[in-house]
Design a protein around this ligand. Structure first.
Ligand code: PBG
Length: 308
């Protein structure tokens, strides 16, 4: 009766990895996660939906042979992501399908933006991101989610979507995405680590809090529908900062490293996996997140259903 915060399956977005081919491969760097075939992806998303999880977000592992310096594969209408969106929306019309907008899985340099003479070129990148977003919208994506952290991309993406008749496609912006070491296992899952340098010229400095509010004001003005903080657990103050400063829904991404730390400690018998999982999620919710992206989505939803 006096509990202030509660979790529900409806709070979660399940991130799903996929690749070309017909085998579902376990991901070594993220125990319990899988690189799905299209058929496996459809089945997994169906199970999530049945548990009450309303949405999934897709991350593709792209064949090395398709990666280029211009990342052109990211807007191929026959590419892996458009085919996956299609398959998911035909099998589960009620599922919300969100896609990641960034170049790193497609870019031979492994960066979220195009690299020219060792520099990330912001505006040229944004033009490619617009093609990518439009191709996802054409395939039926409900939400596109720019994780690239280029400047001005939310406004440009909104304009490009509208121009192509996709006014109803929403934008979930990675508003405050920090240059974090917690992304390591994810880059292992996709083989998408940067070949040179790091992402500090476009992702945020973990030392900065006011800058997150500045990013929020820009994203709001540019037309974001949902604003996100990433990672989640080590950045609870940023989640609450955003919650205080906006009426938009706030999302938080419990990233691969946060997941792996709990999984590994539990595997060694040092932590109670279920309890720490639920505590980590309620903490993120309590800080002010309306929506949580988490690799634990299915496990947590299962527990919540049992508890009812
Ligand atoms: C890249 C992207 C990353 C994640 C989501 N999108 C990694 C990065 O920025 O290097 C990380 C997710 C996770 O660690 O779970 N566009």
């Amino acid at each position: 009766m006096v509990r202030e915060t509660s979790l529900a399956a409806g709070d979660f977005i399940l991130p799903l990895f996929l690749h070309e081919g017909s085998v579902d491969e376990p991901i070594e760097s993220m125990p319990g996660c899988t690189r799905w075939s299209l058929a496996g992806l459809v089945k997994e998303a169906g199970e999530a939906l049945a548990l009450g999880i309303p949405a999934v977000v897709l991350f593709p592992a792209i064949d090395e042979s398709l990666k280029t310096q211009g990342a052109e594969e990211c807007f191929n209408p026959e590419g892996l992501i458009p085919r996956a969106i299609n398959a998911l929306k035909s099998a589960h019309p009620g599922l919300v399908v969100m896609t990641d907008i960034a170049l790193d899985p497609y870019n031979s340099d492994g960066h979220d933006g195009l690299v020219v003479d060792g520099e990330i070129v912001n505006d040229e990148t944004v033009r490619v991101l617009c093609h990518q977003a439009v191709s996802h919208a054409e395939a039926g994506a409900d939400i596109i989610s720019p994780s690239d952290m280029m400047d001005g991309r939310v406004g440009e993406l909104r304009e490009a979507l509208d121009e192509h008749g996709h006014e109803k496609v929403s934008i979930c912006s990675y508003t405050a995405k920090y240059a974090s070491a917690y992304y390591g296992p994810f880059r292992g899952a996709l083989g998408s680590a940067p070949k040179n340098g790091d992402k500090k010229t476009y992702q945020m400095d973990p030392a900065n809090r006011r800058e997150a509010v500045r990013e929020l004001l820009l994203d709001e003005e540019e037309g974001a529908d949902i604003v996100m903080v990433k990672p989640a657990g080590p950045y609870l103050d940023i989640i609450s900062e955003l919650r205080e400063h906006t009426a938009l829904p706030v999302a938080a991404y419990q990233v691969s490293g946060e997941y792996l730390m709990i999984k590994s400690a539990a595997k060694d018998g040092w932590l109670d996996e279920e309890k720490v999982m639920m505590e980590s999620l309620i903490g993120i919710k309590r800080a002010g997140a309306d929506i949580i992206l988490t690799y634990f989505a299915k496990a947590a939803a299962q527990l919540l259903t049992q508890a009812r």
